[in-house]
Design a protein around this ligand. Structure first.
Ligand code: FES
Length: 78
């Protein structure tokens, strides 16, 4: 299991979870267009971008694996 934070809410997720999976477990809505559960990641629309506060990096939540200690924000001004 991995521990990370999304919008200041801590969560523990399985090793193979994406950031989108973790957000959905918390009930946090992240819009998606090219992502469809059960299919290969296509990662083209980038509507699902989120930011890791630790380094300011933007990443597609639908295909980015969750990792230990992430501090994700889904809805800031950026
Ligand atoms: S939903 Fe399209 S890149 Fe994530």
């Amino acid at each position: 299991m991995l521990e990370l934070t999304i919008n200041n809410h801590p969560i523990e997720v399985a090793e193979d979870a994406t950031i989108l999976d973790a957000a959905r477990q918390l009930g946090i809505q992240i819009p998606t267009m090219c992502h469809l559960n059960g299919t290969e990641h296509f990662t083209s629309c980038m509507i699902c971008l989120v930011k890791d506060r630790r380094n300011g990096r933007l990443m597609p939540s639908c295909s980015m694996p969750a990792s230990e200690g992430m501090d994700i924000v889904t809805d800031d001004a950026e």
